[in-house]
Design a protein around this ligand. Structure first.
Ligand SMILES: Cc1cc2nc3c(=O)[nH]c(=O)nc-3n(C[C@H](O)[C@H](O)[C@H](O)COP(=O)(O)OP(=O)(O)OC[C@H]3O[C@@H](n4cnc5c(N)ncnc54)[C@H](O)[C@@H]3O)c2cc1C
Length: 367
């Protein structure tokens, strides 16, 4: 395996969170080791990046690398919520750099390599299996090399759980509970032959992307769901988030998961207006199969909190939202922590309210 038996800091997970934490700590002189069970570039979703991200790229010394990669630059967002069309332009918020539509596999790979360059020892295809606290002195983490099946125990002063929705620590502590109010399912796919939504809600052919920057297009679906449409360099990411019960009811009636996904998109007047996307006869094509992401929404309050074992609290300082989970786990029951819940509702209603506070788009512009 070639993994040292001991380090200052072990980071579990090589997504943006893990790579960033590892880079920053290595630059401060700590010995940092990072393990990821996947090999990069790995499949991952989450392509719409706000301009704020440049601040973090600056911090990590990755700005040049990201700029050179040539991701699609976006100008803002167009939102169709409950029939109203509106737009948020980053220029209006005085951002001097654009948002991005990124292939996440490429961005995450780039950030991981940036961590390596900063001196982080990176081991891919290595999974953290369990941890034990080391009498208050630190922790020991058991690692498994997925290919060779070799196991190794690493002693560290601190470890950081950056395993994303896998919630490495949360699982071991039994601190994961699904919140019945957040039973969503996400389906998404990548399409060629798409048109896209630009500033002013104007719909253009994909080939115009270079000359006319796209907006992230978001629309409400039914009473309690929404969809995204994100043009990338070669294809377009389209996804829907729908209540799980609704999915169960209607997907059973549809011929396949793909069919349910396409029907739901086409039934929406705005996504339907980009109909080349969903109509193979007119040149649209779904690349690969529609993917499915568990019965949770992606702003997953129970999954995306930072779970911190006692011994690691010192390292993350006031990492706040994690701590109620630990206490709640000890009591044996946790609904989503109230802060996360509020965050989600603010996000959901914020998208809707954007229709009121931000520029209204002429409905005729779309399509
Ligand atoms: C459907 C969907 C759409 C989204 N859309 C957007 C979007 O448009 N814009 C946006 O900003 N965000 C979006 N997100 C959220 C975004 O993807 C996540 O917030 C982001 O990936 C979190 O980064 P992370 O580094 O914490 O975790 P991740 O990127 O999930 O990385 C975690 C890493 O940990 C590794 N790992 C897990 N368990 C272990 C283990 N036991 N041992 C070793 N390694 C392990 C995994 O292999 C993975 O590489 C979306 C999420 C979903 C699900």
């Amino acid at each position: 395996m070639g993994i040292p038996a001991e380090t200052d800091i072990l980071v579990i997970g090589g997504g943006p969170a893990g790579s960033s934490a590892a880079t920053e700590l290595a630059r401060r002189g700590y010995r940092v080791m990072l393990v990821d069970k996947a090999r990069h570039p790995r499949k991952v979703v989450g392509e719409s990046i706000l301009p704020h991200a440049w601040r973090y790229f600056d911090l990590l010394g990755a700005t040049e690398l990201v700029a050179r990669e040539g991701f699609v630059k976006k100008a803002g967002g167009v939102v169709a919520w409950d029939g109203k069309l509106s737009e948020i332009s980053f220029r209006d918020f005085e951002f001097d750099r654009p948002g991005l539509h990124v292939e996440r596999a490429a961005l995450d790979h780039l950030l991981l390599n940036n961590a390596r360059a900063a001196g982080v020892q990176v081991f891919e295809g290595v999974m953290a299996e369990s941890f034990v606290e080391d009498r208050g002195e630190g922790a020991q983490v058991w690692l498994l090399d997925i290919e060779s099946k070799d196991r190794r125990r690493v002693t560290c002063r601190f470890f950081i759980d950056a395993s994303g929705q896998a919630s490495f620590v949360g699982r071991q502590l039994g601190a994961i509970r699904l919140d019945p109010d957040f039973r969503f399912i996400t389906l998404w796919g990548y399409f060629t032959g798409s048109r896209y939504v630009g500033s002013g809600g104007i719909v253009r052919p994909f080939e115009y992307l270079i000359h006319h920057p796209p907006m992230t297009f978001v629309c409400s679906l039914g009473n309690w769901g929404w969809a995204w449409h994100i043009p990338l360099r070669k294809n377009t990411s389209v996804g829907i988030l729908v209540p799980f019960d609704d999915y169960k009811k209607r997907a059973d009636a549809a011929r396949s998961r793909e069919q349910y996904f396409l029907d739901t998109c086409m039934a929406n007047p705005h996504l339907g207006a980009l109909s080349d996307l969903f109509d193979r006869r007119r040149g649209g094509a779904l690349c690969g199969r529609a993917r499915r992401m568990g019965d949770r929404c992606f702003v997953a309050p129970t999954r995306e909190c930072i779970h911190v074992p006692k011994s690691v609290r010192g390292a993350v300082g006031r990492a706040g939202p994690a701590l109620p989970h630990r206490g709640a786990a000890d009591r044996g029951s946790i609904p989503a922590c109230s802060r996360c819940r509020k965050g989600f509702f603010r996000f959901y209603s914020g998208i809707g309210k954007a229709a009121d506070v931000v520029r209204r788009v002429d409905d005729h512009a779309f399509g």
